[in-house]
Design a protein around this ligand. Structure first.
Ligand SMILES: C[S@@+](CC[C@H](N)C(=O)[O-])C[C@H]1O[C@@H](n2cnc3c(N)ncnc32)[C@H](O)[C@@H]1O
Length: 537
């Protein structure tokens, strides 16, 4: 039962600003990556040195890394093989001299071969181009860099265009992924589409040469590191790199400037796109990552990894990363054994992680367990609907309650525009005995990869912190709807809107959350957003 005395009793900062991702946090993209500075503040606040902290949906592992940096023991679980791979690569220190030597080795073997794919002849000289601009079916520009920052732009000749199209899939001698996508309009995929369709044959050829060279590395740790650089650079080597067209003036003439976009989310392959030299992408990614890795080597944590969670609890290990469904793994953990749980679960239908992960997982040749993913997907054949989502996520919430030590905390980052998902979350967690302590909001960092750019969507996540109590309440939260409780809802919401200090939608919703929950009432978020939008806020 929610006790009014405990609920929101502290007056504190309740909107958290995200720092931008730099260093190790910028090494690899992941969807809905959480800001490390905010995650760090929460771990620091709700746990102590040597405590065991779990994130059952760890994604790219921000909470895992922060726990280790703060001297906690960390367990990270994720169903997505790429998520665990990225987390391992982000957190593990590596001998950068060894890696630099291996890079020189790879470079000596294949840079020239790859560069030869992008050769352009001008005035009898052969140069290696960096970017090819495709507008529709036509090659419209070729970019070249002579080492200075300024790019040189060529108008393509007929020969350039023929050369650019010369390679076909049949020419590719090494592995490249042939996996199919699910049909899902939300992420622009069709069943007939294959992973290799995301690349021009020439770039696919270059990627397969590079991947083949990486596969030859004997040392598994070093090999994985180079695969990590590979998946990190791959998006920019695809057809998904759109052209940002800007208009500018020069000597009174209007010029169109083309800038390189960045693969952001989903599998949208624009009609006009950049085909970028694969080696150029790989080398620049390598340089960024190695710089971050050098810095990381100065931090003083030491990893003691185990795949056995029991060992984390009873022995001197501090890290366990598990690529399995959370609903299964948490079941293996003893009652009342975990000190703090912080997580950012899949938010209903926002981001179908495993479908989006097909690109990386298929190159890494990882097996993927689509069945147990907790998600609502537009891909009909997956039968991942709200019922399946609620059933599986409730299993996880139930385990979270069981494994958490009494009077310890569970922080949940959440954002959805779906009413049923929210209502399930609030009703279920309070019903099993969690006491809601605080509702805070979290702004995204500027370069976070978020799917939800739907009009009038929420621009923040919520962070709900619960405490494990033993006050199981059969007394459910009352759900208010515009249909039944219009006058009451409007009166309460108007009261909050009229208070001058809440003019941002997130801050209004935050207060609305608190006010209603204090009275053990909740609402349909979509209806409340509608009321706020009608007020023109
Ligand atoms: C919102 S993301 C987490 C992102 C993470 N906070 C970060 O900073 O990168 C949710 C994660 O839940 C994972 N997931 C979905 N179903 C799962 C399941 N049944 N068990 C474990 N992880 C699951 C997805 O693969 C995804 O990585």
């Amino acid at each position: 039962m929610i006790k009014q005395t405990e609920l929101f009793k502290e007056k504190k900062q309740d909107h958290h600003k995200a720092d931008t991702y730099t260093g190790i946090y910028a090494m690899h993209k992941y969807w809905s990556k959480k800001p490390y500075n905010v995650v760090r503040d929460f771990i620091e606040k709700y746990s102590n040195q040597n405590d065991v902290v779990i994130d059952p949906f760890c994604g790219s592992g921000i909470s895992v890394i922060e726990s280790i940096i703060l001297g906690r023991k960390a367990i990270g679980i994720d169903i997505n093989p790429s998520a665990i791979f990225i987390t391992e690569q982000m957190i593990r220190k590596i001998n950068t001299n060894k890696v630099a030597n291996e890079f020189a080795n790879i470079k000596a073997k294949i840079k020239q071969k790859i560069d030869s794919l992008y050769k352009v002849k001008r005035n009898g000289t052969i140069i290696c181009a960096t970017h090819f601009v495709w507008e529709g079916e036509k090659l419209s520009e070729i970019w070249y860099s002579n080492g200075s920052k300024k790019k040189i732009v060529f108008e393509p000749t007929e020969e350039d265009e023929i050369n650019a199209r010369e390679i076909t899939l049949n020419d590719i001698p090494y592995f490249y992924p042939k996996n199919s996508f699910f049909h899902n309009s939300r992420i622009n995929t069709k069943k007939v589409q294959k992973v290799f369709d995301l690349f021009t044959p020439r770039n696919l050829y270059a990627l397969s040469l590079l991947y083949n060279e990486i596969e030859k590395i004997q040392n598994e740790e070093v090999k994985d590191f180079f695969k990590f650089v590979f998946t990190s650079s791959m998006g920019q080597s695809s057809r998904m790199v759109f052209i940002v067209k800007r208009r500018g003036k020069n000597n009174g003439h209007t010029l169109e400037k083309k800038e390189v976009g960045s693969w952001v989310i989903g599998y949208w392959t624009p009609k006009d796109f950049f085909e970028i030299n694969v080696w150029k992408n790989y080398e620049s990614r390598f340089k960024k990552i190695i710089k971050a890795k050098n810095e990381q080597n100065y931090s003083n944590y030491v990893l003691k990894e185990t795949k056995n969670i029991q060992s984390i609890l009873s022995k001197n290990y501090n890290l366990s990363l598990i690529n399995k469904p959370a609903q299964n793994v948490l079941g293996e953990i003893p009652d009342n054994s975990i000190d703090y749980i912080i997580t950012d679960p899949p938010h209903g239908d926002r981001i179908p992680y495993l479908e989006l992960g097909i690109l990386w997982n298929s190159w890494l040749q990882k097996d993927v367990n689509f069945n147990d993913e907790i998600i609502i997907s537009n891909a009909k054949e997956r039968k991942k609907d709200i019922q399946n989502y609620n059933m599986l996520i409730n299993k996880v919430y139930c385990q979270i309650y069981r494994i958490l030590k009494p009077n310890k905390y569970f922080s949940l980052m959440f954002n959805s525009l779906d009413d049923k998902t929210w209502i399930n979350l609030i009703s279920y967690l309070t019903k099993i005995g969690f006491e809601l302590l605080s509702v805070e909001t979290l702004g995204y960092s500027a370069n976070s990869v978020v799917q939800d750019n739907r009009k009038k969507g929420l621009k923040t996540d919520f962070i709900l912190t619960f405490k494990k109590t033993y006050c199981n309440s059969l007394d459910n939260i009352k759900i208010l709807t515009l249909n039944k409780d219009k006058d009451y809802l409007l009166k309460e919401i108007n009261k909050i809107i009229d208070e001058k200090e809440h003019k941002e939608i997130y801050s209004l919703i935050n207060v609305i959350f608190k006010n209603f929950l204090q009275k053990k009432e909740f609402f349909k978020l979509s209806e409340v957003i509608k009321i706020i939008n009608e007020k023109g806020i």
